[in-house]
Structure formats: C-alpha cells, structure tokens
Design a protein around this ligand. Structure first.
Ligand code: DO4
Ligand code: MG
Length: 275
C-alpha cells in the first residue's frame, strides 16, 4: 500500500486503485497508532477514486521534521575523507563510520522540502553541489518505522569539505531536500535487496548514473531511529534519511537545468529539476 499527499487530499493506493481519505490531513495520518490498519480500513468496501494527476502530487510532509544520518555507507566515508583532507577533517569521517554512535543531523522542516513537481536548489555560494539519493524512513510519534520514501539530501561538498563545522550550511537551506513521490507503508523491514538508483540528466542526456543496494548500508535503520529518539520527541512523527551510498566522481557538480532522477523500485521515482 502506498500513501500520497496531493493538492486535493491524501490518497491510499492499493493494487493500482486509488482511494481518497476523507477529511484527513497528512499530520492526522502520521499520528495514527497503526497507520497501515487505518489505511486498510479506508480501502475496505470503498469505491476507488480517480487517480490523482502527477501534477497534483505534493511532498509527503506537513509538520514532520526531516533528520538525516551520514557516513552510513563506505562510499560516503571515503568521499568525505577525500573532500576534507586539506582541511584536516578526514579522521572524523573514518571514526564515525565505525563508531557505535551514528552521525545524525537536522536536515529540513516541511517548508524547505520539495515534492516531485518542484525544483531542488543549489546554494548560490556553493561551487560543488551533488544530490544524495537516500532511502528515507517515516517514523510515527511512538518511534516506529511505518513507511519508506525516496529522499534527495542535496549537499554542497565544497562548503562541507572546507570545514566539517560548516555541515549545517552545506546541508540546510531552502529546497535542499526532496521527498516523494509517496510513502510505501510496510510494517516489516524493507528488503535488503532494495536497489537505490540515481541518474543526473543534462540536456536530457545521462551525465552520471549510479546505484547501491541496501545490503551496503552499515547501520540498521531501527538502531538509527533509536538514536534519533534518545531524549527527542516528535509529536507529529518525523523522517530520517539513511545516508547515501552513491557519490558522483569529483568532477561532477550539479548545474541549473539538470534533472535528478532517483528510483527505488518498490516506492517509485523521485524526479526534480535543479535551479
Ligand atoms: O557527514 C557528512 C554528511 C554525510 C551524508 O549526508 C551522507 O553520508 O549521506
Ligand atoms: Mg546524505
């Protein structure tokens, strides 16, 4: 089952049919004790609605905060060591990769997040910007993972590489985060065979393509959530991005007009133009 937030309300998709959920905001859904059971009750005996149009699909977020885990894949560890070596920051990334405590940082509020029909943004003071394709967890207020979406953790690598203390500026700015197109509701963990694929298209042609399988994720999503919820409460639930395992080669930087397409088979495709 998938959940969509649109201009005309929230929909459950089940077996290719769409069901409008009457009088429910996105926040109302995320705070359900058992969201999957609630959505099943919406579908049972209901008449399907027309499918929402692609143009009406919004980012699946309202009051939720977005947090992100970092250096959870070996590829991310190596790329950060390399980008920060002149600044003497490399050792931190190696240590956090194997430490018990993960790197978790605040990424975005709802208004800074874009959905599939909006543009992601490159900071005006950045010279080296990349997308980060990340499996993203939807977590309810009780700390349970209730679903999965696709995330793009837009990052300014030159700013982050200059000094690790600049991380918040490299990561958090308007339209630095894309989520969507929907949330896949799953009460069991998503398959480790899940493949995360990314393409950067320039003038319609592939400029970069890469992929990673979830088996490469060093941290268990449940343990990342437990760290996030230590002494932290989320009355409207939250999102946690689980880190990137794909980093483009160092000569690639995003440019205005590029299109970033991220695919996770069981969820869908998150496509955003860059501006
Ligand atoms: O430590 C810097 C950011 C790491 C990150 O965003 C990632 O690994 O995905
Ligand atoms: Mg990231």
């Amino acid at each position: 089952m998938k959940l969509y937030r649109t201009q005309h309300g929230c929909y459950v998709e089940e077996g290719g049919s769409y069901f409008l959920i009457p009088n429910a905001t996105w926040d109302d859904l995320v705070v359900q004790d058992d969201l999957e059971a609630f959505c099943r009750s919406v579908v049972q005996g209901a008449t399907p609605s027309d499918a929402p149009s692609q143009a009406d699909i919004l980012a699946p977020i309202q009051s939720q905060e977005v947090w992100a885990a970092g250096v959870t894949y070996y590829r991310s560890r190596s790329a950060r060591i390399e980008e920060s070596k002149d600044a003497g920051g490399g050792d931190f990334y190696d240590r956090v990769y194997s430490a018990e405590r993960p790197e978790i940082f605040f990424k975005a509020t709802g208004p800074r997040v874009v959905g599939p029909n909006d543009t992601v943004h490159i900071r005006s003071d950045a010279k080296w910007s990349v997308p980060e394709p990340e499996l993203t967890l939807l977590i309810n207020p009780a700390g349970k993972i209730v679903g999965y979406t696709i995330g793009n953790d837009m990052s300014s690598r030159d700013i982050e590489g200059e000094n690790p203390l600049y991380l918040p500026q490299a990561k958090m700015y308007d339209r630095s985060c894309a989520l969507g197109p929907c949330v896949l509701l799953l009460s069991q963990p998503i398959s480790l065979e899940t493949l995360i694929q990314i393409e950067i298209l320039r003038g319609g042609k592939p400029e970069f393509a890469g992929s990673v399988q979830l088996t490469e994720l060093k941290r268990d999503p449940v343990s990342l959530v437990q760290y996030l919820f230590r002494d932290n409460s989320f009355p409207k639930g939250c999102y946690l991005m689980t880190g990137t395992g794909v980093v483009p080669p160092d000569n690639i930087t995003l440019a205005k007009g590029d299109v970033v397409r991220i695919t996770i088979g069981a969820i869908g495709v998150l496509s955003n133009e860059v501006d």
